[in-house]
Write a protein that binds this ligand. Structure first.
Ligand SMILES: *[C@@H]1O[C@H](CO)[C@@H](O)[C@H](O)[C@H]1NC(C)=O
Ligand SMILES: *[C@@H]1O[C@H](CO)[C@@H](O)[C@H](O)[C@H]1NC(C)=O
Ligand SMILES: *[C@@H]1O[C@H](CO)[C@@H](O)[C@H](O)[C@H]1NC(C)=O
Ligand SMILES: *[C@@H]1O[C@H](CO)[C@@H](O)[C@H](O)[C@H]1NC(C)=O
Ligand SMILES: *[C@@H]1O[C@H](CO)[C@@H](O)[C@H](O)[C@H]1NC(C)=O
Ligand SMILES: *[C@@H]1O[C@H](CO)[C@@H](O)[C@H](O)[C@H]1NC(C)=O
Ligand SMILES: *[C@@H]1O[C@H](CO)[C@@H](O)[C@H](O)[C@H]1NC(C)=O
Ligand SMILES: *[C@@H]1O[C@H](CO)[C@@H](O)[C@H](O)[C@H]1NC(C)=O
Ligand SMILES: *[C@@H]1O[C@H](CO)[C@@H](O)[C@H](O)[C@H]1NC(C)=O
Ligand SMILES: *[C@@H]1O[C@H](CO)[C@@H](O)[C@H](O)[C@H]1NC(C)=O
Length: 527
């Protein structure tokens, strides 16, 4: 054996831990889906994912997103910040989705950028990034965000066929041939390729960001006829009129028209079919890590950017609402030091993913500007549930158009997303912020709207898990005032102040000076 050859092989063996116990830092894989709910059965078509990640590790039953819309939520994942700190407020360039302002102010401080620059990780991205990625006004597909050694970014929003990928800044066009172009499978194959060609000298981080089960809901041909007698679940809040809720919910027609119900049942089936390919991707990735003897030293996260609804409170289909179906997402994690088959009801949020992953890499998270907190101690059983933070913030800025939608003249200006037959799914005044609290003996939600009524919605999730009854008018006034105080504090928080004790934490301190001073100018609308 030549000296050079031995050198290469020996270094590889050493770094793989063959010579003595490996001291290598763990690898991390984050699998991110798009619009995958947990409240309306979204995990049912993913049995292999549940077995290979959830059963092999921990499943969180209270994982929330900081905003139930793709671009703001993805920005929260990448930056570890709430929307009021990363300033991505909707899915357009004007709303900072992949804008040059985002590139200048936030992109270099995302957790993957820190992993690469400070922690010596090799980083791989494949799939949907931010909805406007690749826009000519923001550098086109030539723009490769800092933080990524290997970049395979989908141009613009979710697709399954006929799309363009940026392969390290170079456009690669795809058609509609299943065996070459089906995007979920392309992402699976390229992820497996990365495991083959990556260096074995450094730990790696992979973000596999799959557009399924987002529209246009195109399944792989072998799954086209699956679930063909499945219907959207008729749960307690299906096709119910939300009578004590804010304007947007009150305007929805109940019962929905038969064509709306048919449409949403069809979409429900199509979403599940696209998930079968996601389940295959997860299996291939986990098996390949196992074959390469890397699974034991790899954390694998599985989650989504927001939830989804099909018929709840008579809204046919979309996200963007403050209710559990839209803000709660699946979150499962396996990895070294995580015992199998665990379930945790502790509240975690997508702003915690960056801090958790940096913590795994040994990064000093106190030196970052992130609002979230590492839940690694929770997964390792090193934190007492009574000392875990009790609440997370949810912020959403509603979209609307001042031009009357010709398909929806009855609703007038200020609304958007009217489908399938003129049921408004969003409006300017669907702008709200909520505190979602999960403490050892309390499970509740407090929300305020930026609309003409300064509407308040409060739910006791213990008594009313389907959010049928708004208790804002009947709840103890003192609780209401404290929750208002807490919400205002969180809406202006930054870094450590986002992690201060909540109302149901023994360490909470009430400062009456922050009570109700300015509810109506709570959220400054930029429109
Ligand atoms: C976009 O981001 C920049 C930089 O953070 C910020 O100054 C600006 O206000 C943001 N725009 C909107 C509409 O929030
Ligand atoms: C892809 O593009 C081709 C050519 O424009 C078109 O015929 C086909 O219907 C498209 N397929 C899908 C799934 O979008
Ligand atoms: C993925 O790889 C498999 C195995 O090499 C191949 O059969 C399949 O056609 C590939 N799919 C795509 C979409 O590239
Ligand atoms: C479901 O799909 C199969 C296979 O195409 C078909 O034979 C069957 O009639 C379908 N069932 C329903 C209820 O549509
Ligand atoms: C709508 O569907 C319901 C239940 O399937 C049925 O009873 C009703 O006749 C339908 N209405 C119309 C107008 O088709
Ligand atoms: C997890 O629980 C399932 C169902 O109870 C069981 O089949 C499986 O063996 C358990 N897995 C581990 C790793 O303990
Ligand atoms: C997105 O936010 C920007 C900045 O506030 C606003 O100008 C734009 O109208 C919003 N887009 C929609 C569709 O509401
Ligand atoms: C759009 O409508 C809102 C609410 O009626 C108003 O405040 C705003 O000035 C309007 N914007 C434009 C560009 O007309
Ligand atoms: C919300 O906006 C809609 C559409 O512009 C308007 O009709 C409605 O009166 C508004 N309601 C409140 C409470 O602000
Ligand atoms: C919430 O509901 C539970 C169960 O009914 C009840 O014990 C608790 O007092 C309620 N909390 C509030 C704040 O109403």
């Amino acid at each position: 054996m030549g000296l050079l050859r031995c050198l290469l092989i020996c270094v590889t063996l050493w770094s793989n831990g063959v010579f003595g116990k490996s001291s290598r830092r763990p690898n991390i894989v984050l699998i991110l889906t798009d619009d995958l709910d947990i409240a309306i059965g979204g995990l049912t078509p993913l049995p292999k994912t549940k077995k290979l990640i959830g059963d092999a590790g921990i499943s969180f039953t209270n994982a929330f997103v900081a905003s139930p819309l793709c671009c703001p939520s993805r920005a929260s994942i990448l930056t570890g910040k709430y929307p009021h700190n990363h300033h991505v407020i909707n899915n357009t360039l004007e709303g900072n989705c992949s804008s040059t302002a985002w590139q200048k102010s936030q992109e270099a401080h995302t957790f993957p950028a820190l992993l690469r620059a400070d922690d010596g990780y090799q980083t791989f991205f494949a799939g949907k990034y931010l909805n406007q990625y690749g826009h000519a006004e923001a550098g086109g597909v030539e723009h490769v965000p800092p933080g990524w050694n290997h970049w395979l970014g989908l141009e613009k929003n979710s697709k399954y066929y006929n799309y363009t990928l940026s392969v390290n800044g170079k456009a690669e066009a795809h058609g509609a041939d299943y065996s070459k172009d089906y995007l979920t499978d392309v992402l699976a194959n390229r992820s497996l390729d990365f495991l083959q060609y990556k260096s074995s000298l450094q730990p790696f981080f992979m973000l596999v960001s799959i557009p399924a089960p987002h529209s246009p809901w195109t399944s792989a041909p072998q799954y086209e006829h699956r679930f063909n007698s499945t219907k959207a679940p008729r749960g307690p809040n299906f096709n119910i009129h939300g009578k004590d809720k804010h304007w947007l919910i009150r305007q929805a027609k109940t019962p929905m028209t038969n064509s709306s119900v048919q449409f949403l049942d069809d979409v429900f089936r199509k979403r599940w079919r696209t998930l079968l390919s996601v389940d295959d991707l997860v299996e291939k990735l986990v098996k390949r890590l196992e074959v390469r003897a890397e699974l034991e030293n790899t954390y694998v996260f599985f989650t989504s950017d927001n939830g989804y609804h099909t018929g709840q409170f008579s809204l046919p289909l979309d996200k963007r609402q403050l209710y559990e179906f839209d803000i709660k997402v699946p979150l499962m994690v396996r990895g070294p030091n995580i015992k199998p088959n665990q379930t945790s009801r502790m509240p975690v949020a997508n702003v915690d993913l960056g801090p958790t992953i940096l913590d795994i890499a040994g990064h000093d998270i106190d030196k970052t500007q992130m609002d979230g907190t590492s839940f690694l101690p929770l997964m390792e059983g090193k934190v007492n549930s009574s000392s875990w933070r009790t609440d997370v913030l949810v912020e959403y800025e509603g979209e609307g158009s001042n031009v009357t939608d010709p398909a929806c003249p009855l609703l007038g200006p200020g609304v958007s997303e009217c489908f399938p037959d003129c049921v408004c799914e969003d409006s300017y005044n669907n702008t709200y912020a909520c505190v979602r609290t999960v403490a050892p003996s309390v499970n509740m939600q407090y929300c305020e709207f930026d609309d003409n009524e300064v509407f308040v919605e409060v739910y006791n999730m213990t008594a009313d898990p389907y959010q049928l009854t708004n208790i804002a008018k009947t709840i103890d006034q003192e609780v209401l005032e404290k929750m208002n105080h807490r919400l205002m504090m969180l809406q202006s928080c930054s870094g450590p102040s986002c992690r201060t004790p909540g109302v149901y934490d023994a360490r909470y301190k009430f400062d009456p000076r922050q009570m109700f001073p300015s509810r109506s100018r709570r959220l400054k609308k930029t429109k």
